[in-house]
Design a protein around this ligand. Structure first.
Ligand code: C2E
Ligand code: MG
Ligand code: MG
Length: 668
């Protein structure tokens, strides 16, 4: 009885032991599951793990090795042995690591197995310490590979002083279970670390990108600003005159359009446009150069600007043309006041680079009401008024009147007709005899230009010469005159009549203003005249006004061709003595007004006598023009004029209309 009681007691003790052991294992496993589920960092994971594992096995050694790459037994390791309580830098023999890894399952390695493995050359026994140096107890390695998704990521080994024959299966299951949890935990920790790394990378990338984006935005904003600035600059340049910085034609037209729209809505409103042309600007520009011309324009712009009101718009159309838009004009007198102020301001001397320059302004004014529908009409009318102001004697203002439009139209038509006339060769020459007054003998003829207009009939030079000069057509016309008289001389020579005479032609100053046209003229003379000395070229004083020095040089150049030169209309203008003295004229032609005055004005008679004497010294001879009567003829002879022409001697006639050259001769 006592024996069975004892047996029961032993059994109970055994059961109690098993129960305690199971509870310890259970508690350990729970802690393990908890640790593996919550751990976030490997460094605190291993020591905590070791503590839990010690609750299953009487093992103080824990070895964990993690491979850097799956299935490659190189990598981090953690080793705590019974001698060292803190992790040591000792790695398990690679042979053992290889062996455990190759098994791919939990394994219990005891002394005997190591001996077998050593004989198989699988591991070295020395690498596998199998006895506790203190207790000399046999130790055992319980190990398992750490696996994730079929790949070995490392291994766990526990060296314990366990009876290898006791609970081997349970221990293997336990180590397998522990390995599974550890693998999962390590995998999770690594994944988290990787995630953190990625997050960090992504953060860095986002930061970089944001920085980049910010920089791009800054650059973009800079570019947009630069673009905006260059657009503004382009707009400014497209709408302003580069020299004076004033609004240009495009901008002015735009403002006039607005003003027209405004008066279409407000019946009683008016606006005015002033068209300003600077007198003598071209001469200043041509003589003193563009630099001085530019500086003058800038000063003129400033002076005009001082004469206008705040909301008026001053613009430079180009050249020496300025326009002003006088917005909301209450009375036409206001426009007149402003124009007068401008004329006065421009009349004051300008000092440019130390030089005093005198100029003036001619102003046309157009007062605009609802009858105007486009800006060009407005400018055209103000321009027509300005043109009229200039024609009236410059330095004045003129309001536009409808009649001016007709005049402008007529001038435009005349220009068109003249161009056509050059193409169709509609010109003819009339010849007027020039006689030696003492001997009553023809010495030559003056060729005078006529235009046989298709509808208007025969036109005198006064009706088209100024338009021909303005348009530059005069050069082509006079070249024709030159070649025609050359032919006429040849005809007379061939007929054997008048082969001693000369022909005199009138040329515009344009021929001697520019070197190029001067050279063309010389060439034409040399090509067409066998005897250039039988050609007299007449210029009047206006031909030299613009550039006296330059014209003189060209005149001397022209003289080298052999032609003779005459100063026409002397006594009608300034009659400068300079021309008599310094210019290479062979003939001085006394103007008909001067000739007419000889009968009544003794001073002019004396003056002519003096001129005749001067001529003897300076080498020129006098030709009296416009002799209309015997009395006038007597006077010019008395005054010492050697030669003369006029209706009394012979009217200008068309060569082909005269019966014969002798007819002309008989008139003398
Ligand atoms: P001019 O060179 O002084 O020519 C003389 C002008 O006086 C001519 O007028 C002629 O017809 C006119 N005349 C001649 N004798 C008398 C007279 O006794 N009494 C009056 N009242 N007049 C007389 P025309 O032909 O009308 O020419 C006028 C001006 O046109 C010329 O004056 C000349 O300066 C210019 N001219 C004529 N042909 C040409 C030309 O081919 N080129 C240029 N640039 N000018 C020309
Ligand atoms: Mg003449
Ligand atoms: Mg004349």
């Amino acid at each position: 009885m006592a024996g069975s009681k004892r047996n029961v007691l032993i059994k109970l003790k055994l059961l109690l032991g098993q129960y305690k052991n199971n509870k310890r294992v259970q508690t350990g496993l729970l802690k393990l599951a908890e640790l593996c589920g919550s751990v976030a960092d490997l460094s605190c994971f291993y020591p905590a793990l070791q503590k839990i594992i010690q609750t299953y096995f009487p093992a103080e050694n824990l070895y964990i090795q993690l491979f850097t790459q799956a299935n490659n037994p190189q990598g981090d390791h953690f080793y705590i042995d019974e001698l060292n309580c803190s992790p040591i830098d000792q790695q398990l023999n690679p042979d053992i690591v290889d062996f455990i890894t190759s098994l791919a399952k939990p394994v219990l390695i005891n002394h005997d197995q190591v001996a077998i493995l050593e004989t198989e050359n699988t591991v070295s026994k020395r690498a596998f310490p199998t006895r506790n140096p203190k207790t000399r107890l046999v130790d055992v390695w319980l190990a398992s590979p750490l696996m994730v998704e079929g790949l070995t990521i490392g291994l766990i080994g526990v060296k314990g002083f366990i009876n290898p024959n006791h609970q081997t299966k349970i221990n293997l299951e336990l180590i397998k279970f522990i390995a599974l949890h550890i693998s999962a935990a390590i995998h999770r920790i690594r994944a988290n670390e990787l995630l953190k790394l990625y997050s960090k990378d992504i953060e860095d990338i986002i930061f970089d990108r944001t920085q980049h984006l910010h920089q791009s935005n800054v650059n973009l904003r800079k570019q947009v600003e630069q673009h905006r600035q260059s657009e503004l600059r382009l707009y400014y340049e497209a709408h302003h005159d580069t020299l004076t910085k004033l609004p240009n034609r495009a901008m002015f037209i735009d403002r006039v359009k607005h003003a027209i729209k405004h008066i279409q809505r407000h019946i009683d409103h008016r606006f005015g446009v002033l068209f300003i042309d600077i007198d003598r600007f071209k001469i200043i520009n041509d003589t003193l150069g563009h630099h001085i011309g530019d500086l003058l324009l800038i000063q003129i712009a400033d002076r005009i600007a001082e004469c206008i009101r705040g909301n008026d718009i001053l613009s430079r159309l180009g050249g020496d043309e300025f326009v002003i838009l006088l917005d909301s004009l209450s009375h036409a007198d206001d426009a007149e006041d402003i124009a007068s102020r401008i004329i006065e301001a421009i009349r004051q001397p300008f000092i440019i680079e130390g030089q005093q320059l005198l100029s003036g302004a001619s102003i046309g004014i157009a007062i605009c009401d609802r009858s105007y529908t486009n800006a060009t009409e407005v400018l055209r009318d103000a321009d027509a008024a300005m043109y009229q102001a200039k024609a009236m004697g410059r330095g004045r203002l003129m309001f536009f009147a409808k009649s001016m439009r007709e005049e402008l139209l007529a001038s435009l038509t005349l220009e068109q007709d003249l161009r056509q006339a050059v193409l169709n060769n509609e010109f003819v020459l009339y010849y007027q005899k020039i006689s030696n007054l003492m001997h009553n003998k023809i010495i030559g003829f003056e060729a005078l230009l006529r235009w046989q207009h298709p509808t208007k009939g025969l036109l005198a030079p006064a009706e088209f010469l100024s338009t021909a000069e303005e348009t530059g057509l005069i050069i082509a016309i006079e070249n024709w005159v030159l070649t025609s008289v050359a032919k006429q001389l040849t005809i007379w020579d061939n007929e054997g009549k008048l082969n001693h005479v000369f022909i005199s032609i009138n040329l515009s100053g344009k021929h001697i203003l520019q070197n190029k046209s001067m050279q063309q003229l010389s060439q034409l003379v040399l090509q067409n005249f066998v005897e250039p000395q039988r050609l007299i070229i007449e210029f009047n004083e206006q031909a030299f006004h613009q550039q006296p020095d330059h014209s003189l040089i060209n005149l001397k150049q022209l003289k080298k061709t052999g032609v003779k030169l005459a100063l026409d209309d002397y006594g009608s203008g300034l009659s400068s003595l300079n021309y008599l003295n310094n210019y290479p004229f062979e003939f001085i032609k006394l103007d008909q007004c001067f000739v007419r005055s000889l009968g009544a004005n003794d001073k002019n008679l004396e003056l002519t006598k003096s001129l005749a004497r001067l001529g003897e010294s300076f080498g020129f001879r006098l030709i009296a023009e416009g002799i209309e009567s015997q009395a006038q003829l007597d006077k010019v002879i008395e005054a010492g004029c050697e030669f003369g022409q006029g209706f009394f001697i012979g009217k200008p006639v068309a060569v082909e209309n005269a019966k014969s050259i002798d007819d002309i001769n008989h008139c003398a």
